[in-house]
Design a binder for this molecule. Structure first.
Ligand SMILES: NC(=O)c1ccc[n+]([C@@H]2O[C@H](COP(=O)([O-])OP(=O)(O)OC[C@H]3O[C@@H](n4cnc5c(N)ncnc54)[C@H](OP(=O)(O)O)[C@@H]3O)[C@@H](O)[C@H]2O)c1
Length: 241
């Protein structure tokens, strides 16, 4: 039997890297997708049992088409699990945010996730099996001042999850979102220290999460959870407001 393949976008860093490790531990051949973090992708691949790396800018149609073509030719058109993790944060009040930043955030988080599903689901439809896991965010359901665009894109991803689950159920493809709360990665490392203290006050468990705590839920959705589709799984230390 062919080994199952999991493709993780933005897999070289933070939450994506934790997902690569947990899915490798679960026995998958892991596709570490990256955009700018080539060295990190190579280093991570060297630590995993069976992995390949693939570059592509998900904010462009060509970048995603290149990933599709690579999988088609070099991986025999096989993807069993897709984790749409690549994303950018935009922290700026509406009145000072630039249209360029707006567009970039939409292109990576929203269109990138939608178009990646559009292309990669084709491989799963052929097999009549697959799992798609979209990494959204607590900010998609809890409003956060300065994150209007980020929040819009993450709410959109959760809606996309539900629609894709409806459309793909007939092909035995399960689609779910994981909505992380604040997780210790480069993304949250950029938050000023005084603001980080304010965030901690809002988290009932009193700490930020670890990337591995998202990785373990990704592993569950990739290998178990056979009756879960169209769901938003919140992994946020109890932060709902
Ligand atoms: N950390 C948190 O508290 C938190 C909370 C909720 C949700 N999330 C979500 O979790 C996901 C991972 O974030 P993280 O915290 O692990 O931060 P991170 O380390 O900054 O990861 C972001 C990843 O997205 C990739 N990426 C960004 N722009 C891209 C593009 N144009 N094309 C392809 N890949 C691109 C990056 O790839 P390269 O480095 O190769 O460019 C990077 O691996 C994001 O979707 C984020 O919104 C994070």
């Amino acid at each position: 039997m062919e080994k199952k393949i999991a493709l993780i976008t933005g897999g070289a860093t933070g939450i994506g890297a934790a997902c690569c490790k947990s899915l490798s531990d679960a026995g998958f051949k892991v596709g570490i997708h990256f955009n700018s973090s080539a060295a990190k992708a190579e280093a991570l691949a060297a630590t995993l049992k069976d992995a390949f790396i693939i570059q592509g800018d998900v904010s462009t149609i060509e970048g995603i088409d290149a990933v599709y073509e690579y999988i088609k030719k070099d991986q025999n058109g096989q993807i069993d699990v897709l984790v749409n993790n690549a994303g950018v944060a935009m922290d700026n009040p509406i009145f000072t945010a630039s249209l360029d930043d707006f567009q970039k955030t939409i292109d990576v988080n929203m269109r990138g996730t939608w178009y990646m599903i559009k292309r990669i689901a084709r491989f799963m439809i052929r097999k009549k099996a697959g799992r798609i896991i979209n990494i959204s965010s607590v900010i998609g359901s809890v409003p956060n001042a300065t994150q209007s665009v980020y929040g819009m894109t993450k709410a959109a991803i959760d809606n996309l999850t539900k629609v894709a689950a409806l459309e793909l159920a007939q092909y035995n493809i399960l689609v779910n979102s994981i909505a992380p709360g604040f997780i210790e990665t480069d993304m949250t490392g950029k938050i000023p220290e005084d603001f980080q203290k304010e965030i901690l006050k809002k988290i009932p468990l009193g700490r930020m999460g670890k990337p591995d705590e998202i990785g373990e839920v990704v592993k569950f959705l990739a290998t178990s959870g056979t009756y879960i589709t169209g769901s938003i799984i919140h992994v946020n230390g109890g932060m709902y407001g």
